[in-house]
Design a protein around this ligand. Sequence first.
Ligand code: ADP
Length: 342
Amino acid sequence: MSEKVSRLEFGDCQVTSSILDREIQSMIGGKRMSKRILVLGNSNVDFVFKIPRFHYPGETILAEGLSTFFGGKGANQAITAKRLGGNVQFITKLGNDHYGKAYRHHLIKSGLNRKLILEENKLQTGTAVIELTPKGENRIIAFLGANGSLSVNDLKKLERHWSGVGVFATQLEIPLPTVERGLKMAKDQGATTLLNPSPPIRLPSKILSLVDFIVPNELEAQFLTGMKWKRHQHIRKIAERLLDMGVRNVAITLGPKGLFFKSRSEEFWMKAFRVNVVDTTAAGDAFLGALATSLSEDKPIREALKFANGAGALSTTKLGAQPSLPSKRELDAFLARMKGKT
Ligand code: ADP
């Protein structure tokens, strides 16, 4: 870094402008600044039904409570990164309905750029029905609505906002061609790309080869590879398979068991932090948003995953998707309290 800056001071014309732009962006006043994060994905309004237990087909049960929250994987991940101090932008699409208007207001109030929040006139805002048991387990039905019309053409219209993106994150609750195009545009900018393959579908290698970090949970990892795991060792094989399919790093999240990381050069397990679980909704999103933030700050992988592991754990201690996403102050305090306790 300092070498490149001093070469600039001595007027070395061989330093290309794109390297310079990137370096200058990340060095202001001698301090390393975080890289720009772009999240592409869905926004949903979540209806959380508190139920005594999961019910059977044909059975009616009474819910013990109903809460409405802003959620959706894309929005949760973008808001996590924002709360954790990331320099974030978020591309999403809302319906032109009551929920869409409220959501737009919420995203703008959360500090996200209004120009990237698109609107679809003919479809409703995405919605999710979340069933939540007293044990903190959940079951989710998601309706894509306007999210399903976030198109490649929409991305083309926003092309100028991609300039200088350093970290890019997306998921699978928007059309697959849009996901692919987003990854490609990010790679063209030299960005580090993260894919949360949820809900899982079989992905072609032309998409996987655009992915630097794939972050599935254990069910998604099994679905993507078509492999089952019964013992710990099988997770390693699943991660190896994902590397063979073209991704460069694999972080499989394992809920209360933590995570497994594998790349071509290293692998490790990381235990989860022990917390009092209230609601696991958005744990994976808190994890991914925190990982994107850490990578935007160039943290080493172990440190980045520890930060993400903490964000995931902390998010399970509160009800709801976005209300449970931690702030930087909360997460730093939690990690300090938990030092040496994983
Ligand atoms: P998803 O929400 O996508 O299903 P996981 O359930 O695997 O993802 O959770 C993501 C991450 O959140 C885990 O890797 C872990 O860091 C954290 N986490 C989830 N559940 C718990 C828990 N019960 N206790 C502590 N940490 C948890």
